[in-house]
Write a protein of this length. Structure first.
Lengths: 114, 113
């Protein structure tokens, strides 16, 4: 089955440590996205990538970094510079081109930093 | 820039009541419009979409009509069920070249038996 996988589902880290969240898709989609969701809040865009080896900052990129070395993979690193890293992180992908193509979302990773 | 405005939640309804969740948008040109649903602890799933004016998207008893004149895409359902309890997000994708999708803040729906 085609889809998006995020691992792990739950992640715990100590303050001051960098942590990398995994996102893999086998949909052959060009575009990939990372969003952050806080309790009771909407989605905020962290980074997105239109093609391999290219990515753009979203609305809240500070304290995060990404890479897009392969079409199917878009890992997100939450660095120690991120002030409030505890949140639910969602990865998505989308076929490029026509604006009618919808996004497909992964199941999310809940990161807790103490 | 592009923006999406949704009605504030939470919305609490009794089972079999009618639902309307308002969504209005601002965008350049003719965007594609989407409703996504998020169940607790999960990612978002596409509920329905419409890609041009007067199109009606529908799925699982939910409907929304792309109204260009009022820049709206309100979500409706005639009879809600407890299983419809979730957070609903309105979103748009501009026809411009870059890939950014704009989301509303989400509306939480709780349906009580």
């Amino acid at each position: 089955d085609g889809g998006i996988t995020q691992s792990p589902k739950y992640l715990f880290r100590k303050e001051g440590q960098n942590v990398t969240l995994s996102c893999e898709q086998n949909l052959n989609h060009d575009a990939m996205y990372w969003y952050r969701q806080d309790p009771g809040q909407g989605l905020r865009l962290i980074y997105y990538s239109q093609i391999v080896n290219d990515f753009q900052k979203g609305d809240i990129a500070e304290g995060y970094s990404v890479s897009r070395e392969k079409k199917e993979s878009f890992p997100l690193t939450v660095t120690s510079a991120q002030k409030n890293p505890t949140a639910f992180y969602l990865c998505a992908s989308r076929r490029g081109g026509d604006p009618s193509y919808e996004q497909y979302f992964g199941p999310g990773t809940r990161l807790t930093v103490t | 820039g592009d923006s999406v405005t949704q009605m504030e939640g939470p919305v609490t309804l009794s089972e079999e009541a009618c639902l309307t969740i308002n969504c209005t948008y601002t965008a350049t040109g003719y965007p594609s419009l989407f409703w996504y649903v998020q169940y607790p602890g999960e990612g978002l799933q596409l509920l329905l979409k419409a890609t041009k004016a007067d199109d009606k998207g529908s799925n699982k008893g939910f409907e929304a009509t792309y109204r260009k004149e009022t820049t709206s895409f309100h979500l409706e359902k005639g009879s809600v069920q407890v299983s419809d309890s979730a957070v609903y997000f309105c979103a748009l994708k501009s026809p411009r070249g870059y890939q950014k999708v704009t989301f509303g803040t989400g509306t939480k729906l709780q349906v009580i038996p």
